[in-house]
Write a protein that binds this ligand. Sequence first.
Ligand code: HEM
Ligand code: FES
Length: 446
Amino acid sequence: MFDLSFLEPERKTLKIKKAGDTILETALANHFPLYHLCGGNARCTTCRVFVTHGLSSLSERNDREKTIADRKGWPKEIRLSCQTEIFGNVDVQRIIRDEEDLKTVTSETKSSKTGEECYAAILFLDIKGFTSFTESSLAYDVVFVLNRFFQEMSEPILNNGGFIDKFIGDGILAYFFLDKTKLQSSELSLEEAKKQMFVQALRACFRMFDQLQKFNSYVKERFHHEFEIRLGLHAGQVIYGDIGHSDHKSQTVLGDTVNVASRLEALNKKTGTRFLISDEIYKYISDKIQIDKKILTRLRGKTDKMAAYSVLGFKEKDTILELQRSLELALHLNPNLARDFYVHFLETKPEFQKFFQNTDMETQAKKLLAMFGRTIERFGNLNQIHNELKNLGKMHEEMGIKVTDLAEIAPSLLYALEKSLGERFQTEWKPIWEEALGSLVRLMSF
Ligand code: HEM
Ligand code: FES
């Protein structure tokens, strides 16, 4: 595998666990100090590095990094560690090394964002049962578990085009916003764009409940504890900007929409529900979701009553959630799925064997799984993975594997999925997977 070297204060070389790990992940896994104040969300820029060697072994800038780099006018050598994936040997220098450097960054960001207004869906999440866990646990465990929880819960938000505004105590405030520039250049009407945004936000919420199950089996085993979550989702105009003390500003969404979302989340306690959306969202997507309760309520501080809906799931199966759930279940039932795939692939397509003559197939299977896991998880926001897939496509082309060959993996992948899932394989998963592989190959080819 490859090396990542930090050149200061003296050369320190770190081993990369797997291709596609980010610079930040590699530094953290090796306990190498690298500032990452926003937690790897492309917001703070404290993780930026200067690449002195191996620029072509790094993923191209994704949309999040590109936005910052363009705004700040960075040369191509300056990269955000938290967004940049490694596919070869690389040498870098940290830019923010000490508290003095950090102050400079804080003052840079001070002027970077004045107030803006936009239409957004605001999501509030709170954990139920965290206080009792805090009272009965060591401080170290509390922080550890909470960080792990935030990590697991943030993924669906980021993977479906959302942003984390902040972590508040044991809760999360996140938002999905309508990008005016993208809307102008697309064929979508405003109504369609809102619908699309709500479906993405809801998908993120449903995926959070999936993540919670995984998280619970983890904390149950180690800490004999389980948690529940409560979500509130509302939409409307919000104000967005850097807010706070001059030395401690952070990007924040503000306005009545945010207050209503927070109150909806809290209302769950009273109504015994776990996920409430407002009528503003319901009116756009009532045909798409299953609800089990309509609640008429007067929220604190409001004179008019408003309707809230307790949501169970999508009415029809959502392609992306089905992909994610079927892969997760298949891997749970058969951790050797990728190995089974390669055995079938090379048996049924012996003409491809020559490409793998010097390949350690165990490692290759792990790489394929890691790549599939990452890609399928981000299917709700394809922009995030396009560059990685394009690079992968280029790599295959350089090995002499044609674009038309790529689709050849489909029958073997479906075979491995069906075999792993056994009786739990659902026939409707077949066309969904075929379609997804089609998109994957398309993204790899241009
Ligand atoms: C959609 C289709 C495919 C996907 C998603 C895919 C994915 C991958 C991934 C993730 C890697 C590891 C890259 C790394 O080292 O970082 C890889 C390597 C490779 N793939 Fe594919 N692949 C596809 C199709 C194919 C096909 C059809 C062949 C036919 C021979 C092939 C042959 C190889 C070879 C030879 C390697 C390098 C193995 C080595 O490192 O020794 N791939 N592929
Ligand atoms: S950690 Fe904040 S931008 Fe990378």
